[in-house]
Design a protein around this ligand. Sequence first.
Ligand code: AMP
Length: 204
Amino acid sequence: MSFIDTKRNPGLSITSVCVYCGSSNQALQPFKQLAKDVSTALAQRKMRIVYGGGHVGLMGIVADAALEAGTKVIGIIPEHIRAQEVQHMGLTELHVVPDMHTRKRMMVERADAFVILPGGMGTLDEAFEILTWKKLKLHNKPVVLFNAYGYWDHLVALIDHAVEQGFEQPSVRAYFKVVTDMNSMFAALESQEAPPMPPITGRM
Ligand code: AMP
C-alpha cells in the first residue's frame, strides 16, 4: 500500500522516488544545493523518498530536505556501513539489512522511479545497476540522470562511445533521460514510457 495519497498527484503514476547520490561531505556547494532543491521539489509533489539511509554528503541533505518538506523518507542501510555513513536517526522508516545487495534490491523494489544526482563510485554502481536491470527487463521504471553543471557529461559520452563501438545497442539511450533542470526532471518522471524491446541479434 502506498504511503502517499495518489489523488494528490493527479496525472502522475509515481509516488515513490529512489534518489541515488554521493555520500561525500566534500562535494562542492552547488551540488549540495542541488540535492536540497531536488529533494524539496519531490517532497512538495508528495513523493516519498527512498535512499541509502545515511546522514552524510548529498544523501543526508536529500533526507533532511524531504523530511523538512513533510514527506516520508525510507532509508535502507547495510549493517556494516551504519557507522561509516552515519545512519540517519530521524527517518520515517530505516531498514538495516545484511548486505549491499539486499539494500540495492530493496531500494529498487520500493521505488516507482529513480533520480541519479551527482556522486562517486557508489552512485555510479547504482546508476549502472539500475540501467542494466532495465536492460535485462528486471524492471521498467523511469530513470532520470540529473546532469547538473555537466557533472554527468562524461558518463553520457561513455555510454555513447559504447554504442558507437558496438558494445551497446542504440536502444540503450531510451533507458534513461538526461535532464538539467527541475521542470525537465518532472517531465521525464511523468512522461517516460517503456523503451521498445531491443531486437535479438547475433550479438546478444
Ligand atoms: P558514493 O557515490 O561513492 O559516495 O556512494 C553513494 C552510495 O553508494 C553510498 O550509500 C554507498 O554506500 C553506496 N556504495 C558505495 N560503494 C558501493 C558499491 N560498491 N556498490 C553499491 N553501492 C555502493
